[in-house]
Design a protein around this ligand. Structure first.
Ligand SMILES: Nc1ncnc2c1ncn2[C@@H]1O[C@H](COP(=O)(O)OP(=O)(O)OP(=O)(O)O)[C@@H](O)[C@H]1O
Length: 332
């Protein structure tokens, strides 16, 4: 498999070395793959993307795009020469140029500018909008123009930084699927930053997890979800309860105490009687969340547990449980 992006031992600090935004990161992305970058706020996602785009210089390591070294401590190639396309959360279209002109602008060197612009506009389904200006388009349409503009010069790598975060929930899912179908159709390799782990699970071939600037796991979506390497990774993909000593006792769960265990909220069964590990709980507080409710529970050994459920819960007492196949185990 041809590697389009290679990152070797990459580091970047700020504040005279006090903040290690990216800390000895190594990975590669194969041709045609979509790689999502996920991590809590401040974990280094934007810094990594900015280093790849050439908007930051590394302190250590190097970046190779399509076999060419574009960043190292000795040289940093300017963004325009890297053959990368970029799509940001703010659509950044020129307000004084119409849609077609916005796309042509980035194609200065090509002879077939107009034809190429028409091809990418067709690809994003906006051919009939080519004479409109940014203020005459919806947020989703502007983002599709931004994608067309980024794809027009046929980049080796497409970088997307939180491309859907300015859109409402309904629009997001629809546009996300459209955008990634277009990306797959063109076969371009893409790396995108997202806060929304559902986005990453839905469209990424591989997901890369950052924690305090370090790459802590890189895996395909289903492996990462089912085999997270730490509670940090598990918690990024949904509500996860760490099974501390008190909870292990409450459920009479014979797990080793020197190993960290957790259970995903969705694998906790309310009104359970046929689970392997079951306990009785009193409902201390219910919070209505529309399709779900949050229940604060006091278990029969006095331990507290908060769970979210979409089941109707009657009365103030319930049985709650889970099965051993759903327990996540970590070495930390
Ligand atoms: N120009 C800068 N000067 C100083 N510190 C910076 C700079 N850019 C980033 N940092 C710091 O580097 C760390 C990583 O920041 P970065 O923006 O890459 O994180 P992030 O994962 O993208 O966060 P978010 O999800 O909140 O956007 C943070 O501690 C941040 O404060």
């Amino acid at each position: 498999m041809n590697k389009i992006l290679e990152i070797n031992n990459l580091s970047k600090s700020f504040d005279g070395g006090k903040t290690k935004a990216i800390d000895q990161v190594d990975f590669f992305v194969n041709q045609g793959d979509i790689c999502a970058v996920v991590g809590e706020s401040g974990s280094g996602k934007t810094t990594l993307i900015r280093l790849i785009a050439g908007l930051e210089n590394p302190d250590q390591g190097n970046i190779i795009i399509s076999g060419k070294e574009v960043s190292s401590i000795k040289k940093v190639m300017v963004p325009e020469k890297r053959n990368v396309g970029m799509v940001f959360q703010e659509y950044a279209l020129f307000p004084h140029l119409n849609v077609l002109e916005n796309i042509i602008y980035g194609l200065a060197k090509r002879k077939d500018k107009k034809q190429r612009a028409e091809v990418v506009l067709e690809l994003v389904g906006l051919s009939t909008y080519k004479e409109r200006y940014a203020h005459e388009l919806s947020g989703g349409q502007q983002q599709r123009v931004a994608l067309a503009r980024a794809l027009a010069p046929e980049p080796s790598l497409l970088i997307l930084d939180e491309p859907f975060s300015n859109l409402d929930a309904m629009m997001r899912n629809q546009l996300r699927n459209e955008v990634f179908n277009i990306i797959k159709k063109t076969g371009v390799t893409a790396i995108f930053v997202t806060h929304d782990t559902q986005d990453a699970l839905a469209v990424a071939d591989e997901i890369l997890i950052l924690q305090n600037g370090k790459l802590v796991q890189k895996d395909e979506a289903s492996r990462l979800y089912h085999k997270p390497q730490s509670i940090y990774v598990a918690s990024l993909f949904g509500n996860t309860v760490q099974l501390n000593k008190g909870l292990k006792n409450a459920f009479r769960c014979p797990l080793k105490e020197d190993c960290c265990h957790a259970i995903r909220n969705e694998n906790i069964t309310i009104n359970a009687s046929d689970c392997e590990y079951v306990t009785t709980a009193q409902i201390v507080k219910r919070t209505f969340l529309g399709t779900h409710s949050q229940l604060l529970l006091k278990l029969d050994n006095g331990e507290n547990l908060s769970v979210v459920t979409n089941e109707a819960v009657l009365g103030d007492e319930l049985k709650i449980g889970f099965n051993s196949k759903d327990i996540l185990a970590f070495d930390e």
